[in-house]
Write a protein that binds this ligand. Structure first.
Ligand SMILES: [Zn+2]
Length: 335
């Protein structure tokens, strides 16, 4: 069987969070579900798409969405279909890294509590909003019972992505750390077990630390260009094909990320202002569905799909035993 694995993840950012980030017009920020189109229309579209490929994905959910019955029903559908529900903080604050410790912890814990209550099991994965990660947040995540974090976007182009977001939003916001910053651009491209003292480096020896994995959002080797679905939809199939070619040549495990709006026709719900926003958000649903299926098909030619928590558990290795020599199955699996 093909040893290469593609972990497929969906950030279920509700439309209010997308508006907050990109300044799209429509209902005011904070006007979340019951009629949020991400929960109403995008989730069923994702379930249908993934079912067609027989793949099990990970859905990152914002805790405060669970107050709405519609969202709770959808979460049940997601779980019944065999997908994973993961923690995407309580309220998707793009200024998360600037928050004081207690508020930052509450953002993780409240979502964890809500999702555990609704899903009947505790989420095992975490992703910060906007891929924003720093040592303080990482420590908070590592102290908790997660199997993996998937917040690191190891691109050197974070500044460009922040600029695009600013241009679309037509306003400046506190985007500190969004899309990664500085040293995050140098983090490993493959999943790694982070050094507790520096989350951007893999541990160098067998360790009895908690078996937390960092599963970075995949970028291309070399240029470290973004490789997630939204970018690929905006830049077209040639960009995607070239990126996949270089990714598949070097990375045995990839983390390919969709966002809720990737399977949503946003033209009615959140009209985009300007040509750039139009290119990113103005595509029809049939076109988006076709592009998403094209991407998964192309990925499937190189990789077998696996749920991120299953992957993390499978690669956990045997329990640490100080009387034994370090097992080769544990530690870094940079292959
Ligand atoms: Zn998000």
């Amino acid at each position: 069987m093909n040893a290469s694995r593609a972990l497929i993840q969906v950030d279920l950012d509700p439309l209010w969070a997308v508006r907050q980030c990109y300044g799209l017009t429509g209902a005011p920020p904070g006007a979340s579900a019951p009629a949020d189109p991400v929960w109403d229309r995008a989730v069923p579209a994702f379930l249908e798409l993934f079912d067609a490929f027989g793949l099990k994905a990970s859905f990152f959910v914002v805790g405060r969405d669970t107050t709405h019955p519609r969202c709770r029903g959808r979460l049940t559908e997601i779980m019944t279909a065999g997908h994973e529900v993961a923690n995407h903080t309580q309220s998707h604050r793009i200024d998360l890294l600037s928050m004081a410790d207690p508020s930052l912890s509450a953002e993780i814990d409240e979502a964890q509590e809500r999702l555990t209550q609704v899903c009947g099991r505790a989420p095992l994965g975490f992703r910060a909003p906007g891929y924003a990660m720093n040592p303080r947040l990482f420590e908070a995540v590592a102290q908790r019972q997660f199997l993996y974090d998937a917040s690191v976007l190891p691109t050197a182009w974070g500044w460009a992505l922040r600029t695009v977001a600013r241009l679309i939003a037509l306003k400046s916001q506190n985007r500190h750390g969004q899309y990664g910053h500085g040293p995050v651009g140098q983090a490993p491209l493959k999943p790694y077990r982070p050094d507790p003292l520096n989350f951007l480096r893999p541990i160098t020896a067998d360790s009895e630390e908690k078996p937390l994995w960092e599963i970075p959002v995949t970028v291309t080797p070399g240029w470290r260009l973004p490789f997630h679905a939204g970018i690929a939809m905006a830049l077209g199939r040639t960009y995607f094909r070239r990126s996949l070619h270089s990714v598949a040549a070097q990375l045995e495990t990839i983390n390919f990320v969709f966002h809720g709006v990737d399977l949503l026709d946003l033209r009615d719900d959140a009209p985009a202002r300007g040509a750039l926003a139009g290119r990113l958000f103005g595509q029809s649903l049939p076109k988006k569905k076709a592009e998403a299926a094209f991407m998964l098909e192309a990925i499937q030619a190189h990789y077998a799909f696996e749920r991120a928590d299953h992957w993390a558990r499978r690669n956990r290795g045997p329990a640490p035993n100080p009387l034994r020599q370090p097992s080769p199955g544990r530690g870094i699996t940079e292959k």
